[in-house]
Structure formats: C-alpha cells, structure tokens
Design a binder for this molecule. Structure first.
Ligand code: ZN
Length: 78
C-alpha cells in the first residue's frame, strides 16, 4: 500500500516549518467557489505555501469535477 508522502522542507522557501494540516479547503472555478471538507495537505507557516500530495489532488479533482457537473446539470435543466 502506498503511503502518503512526507514533506519536511518547504519547496518554496526551503524552511523546515512546513507541516501537515487538515482543514476545509476552498477553490475557485469560473468565479464560483467550491470546497473540499477536511482536506489534508501540507502548509508552510513561514511563506504560506501549500503542497498537495496525490491523495489531496485526487480529492480536489473529485470535488471540482462534481462541482462542474452539478453546474452543468443545473444549466441543462433551466
Ligand atoms: Zn515556505
């Protein structure tokens, strides 16, 4: 089984203050925001860089495609 990646050094500032966090994440698509509840990702407390591992990316993609689909459906039904 594949384990999630461990990130100890921030790829942006090189600092060691990056750590795993779990919180509601929100993204934007065509001016509309959507959210991914309790998403796990890494965040650097020095520069604010966010790093998403494969699992986090998959969840973001899932939520965004569900969001896009629901928007299309609404549009088609209107
Ligand atoms: Zn950083």
């Amino acid at each position: 089984m594949e384990k999630s990646i461990q990130i100890k050094i921030c790829p942006t500032c090189g600092g060691g203050k990056i750590k795993k966090v779990r919180r509601n994440w929100s993204g934007r698509f065509q001016g509309q925001s959507y959210s991914v509840p309790s998403l796990e990702f890494h965040e650097c407390s020095e520069c604010g860089e966010k790093v998403y591992d494969r699992e986090a990316m998959r969840r973001i993609e899932e939520e965004s495609s569900a969001f896009i689909k629901s928007r299309k459906q609404k549009h088609a039904m209107a």
